[in-house]
Design a protein around this ligand. Structure first.
Ligand SMILES: Cc1cc2nc3c(=O)[nH]c(=O)nc-3n(C[C@H](O)[C@H](O)[C@H](O)COP(=O)(O)OP(=O)(O)OC[C@H]3O[C@@H](n4cnc5c(N)ncnc54)[C@H](O)[C@@H]3O)c2cc1C
Length: 243
């Protein structure tokens, strides 16, 4: 199929990642994705009403299943479906992969700065996984903001990847609890905390990717530019909402 036609995809499994985020693994006739791309998902009710939403691909390019990491929004129209209703064996209409701006390819190189807020980790996880497969050793700093320690999606995998590769530095920012690890950030990722994390890293990023809710992306981008990161090297993906 072409990249933008709707195609059925089968839910292979559903994995609760955190209290608010669930991964849905899809198998379908989808073209190979690039790290950072998303798919559109269409849900259609019995009366024909349908709703479409975009979800980033968290799995690495070439992975046998497409992983989506979906945050439950209490008043959301679509996201609760993936937490309360969807089951292995279900079929969903999917279109993609889509997106060319928020993509990282091995040729793009680094050093890489990745900044995620909440479920904004999804496309950055694809980049982290792809980087581990194709260019381990590429200097990379992931700054990842979550409300609590238990809200950190992919926490164990990120810690394992960082432990195996000294060039990958992962700093969790926890906004509603004390930080648990030395070097992690206690509180919101604001300009001083980002500057401190960059100073601790000791590397200037050549490319920066920022993903999360609208307000998060705007605040982080302003802080980065104020901190001397060239705006032209920053790519952003906005998930919507005020965040
Ligand atoms: C390119 C792209 C990739 C995306 N990837 C992901 C992803 O990987 N994982 C994921 O969970 N979501 C992702 N989103 C967001 C997703 O498309 C939906 O917007 C989200 O799931 C909310 O849909 P809903 O129908 O549940 O809520 P809606 O019924 O559309 O909105 C309900 C309420 O939630 C607010 N809201 C909407 N989106 C957000 C948000 N992101 N944060 C906070 N509040 C919000 C709305 O303003 C509204 O008040 C992505 C969006 C885009 C554009």
């Amino acid at each position: 199929m072409s990249g933008v036609r709707w195609t059925p995809a089968t839910v292979e499994r559903v994995v609760v990642q955190t209290p608010r985020v669930t991964s849905v693994f899809l198998r379908g006739d989808l073209p190979r994705s690039e790290a950072g791309q998303h798919v559109d998902v269409k849900l259609t009710a019995d009366d024909g009403y349908s709703a479409e939403r975009s979800y980033s691909i968290a799995s690495a390019p070439g992975a046998p299943l497409v992983e989506l990491a979906i945050e439950w929004l209490p008043d959301g129209e679509v996201s609760p479906f993936f937490h309360d209703v969807v089951q292995a064996g279900d079929t969903l209409d999917v279109r993609g992969p889509i997106g060319g701006h928020f993509v990282w390819r091995a040729d793009d190189g680094g050093p890489l700065l990745l900044v995620a807020g909440g479920s904004g980790i999804a496309p950055l996880m694809a980049i982290v996984r792809h980087r581990a497969a194709v260019t381990p050793g590429l200097p990379t700093l992931l700054l990842y903001s979550s409300r609590t320690w238990d809200d950190i999606v992919f926490r164990a995998e990120l810690q394992a990847l960082a432990a195996a590769d000294p060039a990958l530095v992962v700093r969790f920012a926890i906004t509603r609890e004390a930080a648990r690890r030395p070097g992690d950030v206690a509180g919101r990722l604001d300009a001083p905390r980002i500057a401190a994390a960059l100073a601790g890293w000791g590397t200037r990023p050549a490319r920066t990717y920022v993903c999360g809710a609208n307000r998060f992306v705007e605040a982080i981008t302003m802080a980065l530019v104020d901190g001397g990161i060239a705006a032209a090297t920053i790519r952003t993906e906005r998930f919507g909402g005020a965040g």
